[in-house]
Design a protein around this ligand. Sequence first.
Ligand code: HEM
Length: 417
Amino acid sequence: MYAISLAAFVLPYFIATPLITYYYDAKGLRKYPNFTFFSVLRIGPNALSISDLRDIKDIYGHGTTCIKDRFYSETAGTHAHLADVVDKSDHARKRKVLSSAYALKNLEEWEFKVADVTGKLIKAFDPRCTGSLSPGTIPETKDLTVDYRNWTVLFAATAIANIGLSEDLGLLDEGSDQDCHVATARVSYQLVWVYDRFKTLKRVSQLISPNYQRMWKLDGDWGGIVYNRATTRLKRYMAGEELDDFFTAMMEDKNGAPQNLEWGEIVAEINIMMNAGHDTTAISLRNNLTKSLNEDEVVASYGKIKHLPYLRACIDESLRMLPPVIFGLPRRTPLEGALILDDFIAGDISVSMSATGARDCIGRSISYLEQTVLIASLVHHYEFALPSADWDPAVRETTNLSWSDATEDMEKDDRMR
Ligand code: HEM
């Protein structure tokens, strides 16, 4: 009886419905192949990936009729934040309020925060680092004492908490963030893509897989951490402590007038700031070596290094080669359909390509500040060695091109042997 009911559910749900949808082809998508050298690929039942650069404006430009895809609303919390808000006028309202918080002027005033965190990282590295090796020497296993990838995550999370909430998370003292960042980046983004079934998949994955159970718990823990940090910061604000940070800029404008954001919205903005503001930058901090400071300078001053063309080129090149945000940012065509270049695409279709546009990154100046100061300081202070000549770190691709941890690298090496 159980098997018959299961089959009665599984057959229509997983086989008949997709087949009928495919052959009925209400939206005229069958003409797009799933593998081709031409510019439009069908990458899902309702999704197209487009590579012709001329299409960027129609999908992402200021005048586009497309909106952010359900990917964003499905993974949003109770309140939308700047990155997942779909409604265009609501986005414009938020962007106006938040651009004062993310403004370049603040950034220059916050440089000391990045310098302070850089100093802390160097303090943590100093006792862990070994003496320098002569060029070409392969380090011995006992000398592999610093997992640079892990420390950049701790650095970027500490920096953004300091810039945003004037708080020292203590991660650089502990050397650990309990893996919360890994779970948040992974779990929703693995399952969200079949939008109609995301909530069901979430429940089922928790029921049948201890691994998913653990990841969803970490995901919830991350939300808890953000909420906790936000309320701690609110208490300081209510107690009249005057702090120069992102939180203050969200509460009041530069003339001290209240911004009147709902509390849930403020928490959501802190969430995206902490989330988008650390993983991406940390991923990007893996490269670049150059030398241009005095011997006695430990932390590089931004003024001195921000215009170094080679350093900036290294950062930009590493962003190009290993883009921290790797997925095509999905937009949705309006119900009446949209002309993408000269091609009519039906309504409610997910379209994406590798791009920037009207929803460009508001945090990029913060990221450049952190990357430039940290990389210049580290390169000035240390010499670097790879664990082995053929070291090729494993990466894990979700929406971001995250790196795996050291254990996964070793498993990969074992599999190759
Ligand atoms: C290397 C570092 C970074 C990369 C590669 C990056 C990448 C991106 C990309 C591709 C988008 C567009 C997303 C979309 O359309 O769905 C975006 C938007 C955004 N980023 Fe970043 N980001 C970085 C650093 C940061 C930092 C440090 C912060 C905050 C402190 C931040 C906060 C945001 C926010 C709030 C948005 C949404 C903007 C809007 O829709 O108006 N990002 N970022």
